[in-house]
Design a protein around this ligand. Structure first.
Ligand code: PMP
Length: 408
């Protein structure tokens, strides 16, 4: 199915209907939700709500089935097996889960973790914490001036000391699509595991975790039309089976004594306590919505919007400096600075025209250090973003430029 023209598609999003003048360009931070998702969550609470995996009564069985059906939907979405889908709160929790459940148990002094200079703090700080406790070290694939990773360094960086390569699939700042399959292949050749931060890829492009050749893939529901408080860690089953629990409590055990316990098989081993059932059901509805649009269409739509926005910025706003690669390996994320005006001032000024963009370091301080700027403004697109949104953004940015012209 071709992507519905976003003008009509906007009608599916109550918030966008409620704010007809809003140009929402911060979907890389969090997306808006279609009626189908809001309704799925609401229906769950109206008709199905009960404790899952515990009650002997019919309603509990139905709630459990809704939760497990959501797991099947998520598995289908990324080409995984159902038993490989672990529901977590978000990408941050998924990455921490691997750092603690795998890293704490397996890393030793002298071991290395290979990251990249463009990572989100969610894929840096958990490794700092775990390295402090294990004595392992962190290295990073450098970022080149064109906004792409310098993969020519991979050969020297990937020694047999590297136990894990953890890389973002798509940059939340630059939009760069990293060649994850190629990196994974090189990593596996030295026996390293591969973790992919899919926070900015799962919402925007077709993803097949097996084709990526990774061992883990993490993403958040709220960035892909789903509710907050729900995300996924996918792991290859053979690897998940070797992992120690992360959080302990109900639902993740086999047998418990006062002084010891044994643990359930994955994925239950990693889902301690009452899960976010309504949120999982809502996320499955989001996935079904995206599947109806077709992920290839979603990606194409964003490529076109990004190319259109960049061309207009280049042509009409020479005072604006954009970052990130130019080409088909770039998602609908446009980071920029306007002369030497602080990013927050630009974003606040844009807000006067109803344009919602984010300003700051976008949880990527090492990347901004490398770019040589303290902060950037970021416009990011999604399924409901129209060309008219981009036009209004550019016209507003021209007014902001005119306002600041004496300070540029
Ligand atoms: N990784 C990337 C690439 C992201 O863009 C984000 C969200 N900005 C995260 C991780 C963290 O996601 P969450 O806040 O949903 O845990």
């Amino acid at each position: 199915m071709a992507i519905v023209t976003p003008q009509t598609l906007r009608q599916d999003f109550p918030l966008l209907v409620h704010h007809p003048e809003l140009v929402y360009l911060n979907s890389a931070a969090t997306s808006q939700k279609p009626q189908a998702v809001i309704e799925a969550v609401s229906r769950y609470y109206r008709e199905l709500n009960a404790s899952v995996h515990r009650g002997a009564y019919t309603l509990s069985a139905q709630a459990s089935e809704a939760y497990e059906q959501a797991r099947r939907t998520l598995a289908r979405f990324i080409g995984a097996e159902e038993r490989e889908i672990i529901f977590v709160r978000n990408t941050t929790e998924a990455l921490n889960l691997v750092a603690y459940a795998w890293g704490l148990r397996n890393l030793q002094p002298g071991d290395e973790i290979l990251l990249t200079e463009m990572e989100h703090h969610a894929n840096l700080v958990p490794w700092h914490l775990v390295c402090e406790r294990t004595g392992a070290r962190i290295k990073a694939i450098p970022l080149g001036d064109d906004g792409r990773l310098e993969l020519e360094h991979l050969g020297t960086l990937l020694t047999e000391r590297v136990r894990l390569v953890s890389v973002m699939h798509v940059s939340n700042v630059l939009g760069t699509v990293n060649p994850v399959a190629q990196i994974a292949q090189a990593a596996r050749a030295v026996g390293a595991l591969v973790l992919v931060d899919g926070a900015q890829s799962a919402p925007h492009m077709p993803v097949d975790v097996r084709a990526l050749g990774a061992d883990f893939y993490a993403f958040s529901g709220h960035k892909m039309l789903g509710p907050t408080g729900i995300g996924v860690l996918w792991g290859r089953y053979e690897v998940l089976e070797t992992l120690a629990p992360f959080l302990g409590g109900g639902s993740m055990i086999r047998e418990v004594y006062v002084d010891r316990s044994t643990y359930a098989q994955p994925p239950q081993r990693f889902e301690a306590g009452t899960p976010a059932v309504a949120e999982a059901v809502g996320l499955a509805a989001a996935v079904e919505y995206l599947e109806r649009l077709g992920m290839a269409n979603v990606w194409q739509h964003e490529l076109e919007l990004a190319a259109y926005a960049l061309a207009r910025l280049d042509e009409e706003l020479p005072e604006v400096r954009t970052f990130g690669p130019r080409g088909q390996d770039r998602s609908g994320v446009i980071p920029f600075v306007l002369g030497s005006i602080h990013a927050h001032d630009v974003a606040t000024a844009l807000d006067q025209y109803g344009i919602a963009v984010r300003a700051g370091h976008h949880c990527a301080q090492p990347l901004h250090r490398k770019l040589g700027v303290a902060a950037t403004v970021r416009a990011s697109f999604y399924v409901y973003t129209t060309r008219e949104d981009v036009d209004r953004f550019i016209e507003a940015l021209k007014k902001v430029r005119d306002f600041f012209k004496d300070w540029l």
